[in-house]
Write a new protein. Structure first.
Length: 109
């Protein structure tokens, strides 16, 4: 697990990795802190999305705004239902050459 600087860095009873405290003594510590901050940012945004979804769900329930499930139409029998076609499409998009705008930052998490 990762935590902010308000927690101690632990290996027992659970592993909790926190950033190095200032002043940093090496480029390795600075690099670790940058990657740690990126990972925490992704996690915090995910929790924000979950929280917003929960609030919207509760608003819908409060206003009795409930949709009945819609049955999907059955496609042709030869359509793959195991997700391989979706995986292949996503893999093709991810492996296509990308043109990077100079103002966009790489995300390596």
């Amino acid at each position: 697990m990762i935590g902010d600087g308000g927690y101690p860095c632990l290996s027992q009873p659970i592993t909790l990795l926190t950033p190095y405290r200032e002043p940093l003594w090496s480029p390795v510590e600075a690099r670790f802190n940058r990657h740690h901050a990126k990972a925490r940012s992704v996690i915090e945004r995910a929790f924000g999305i979950i929280k917003a979804s929960t609030i919207l769900h509760n608003i819908c329930l409060h206003n009795v705004d409930i949709l009945d499930p819609v049955e999907e139409e059955q496609g042709p029998a030869d359509v793959q239902q195991n997700g391989e076609h979706l995986r292949a499409a996503i893999a093709a998009v991810l492996s296509a050459p990308r043109i990077r705008a100079p103002h966009l930052q790489d995300h390596d998490y």
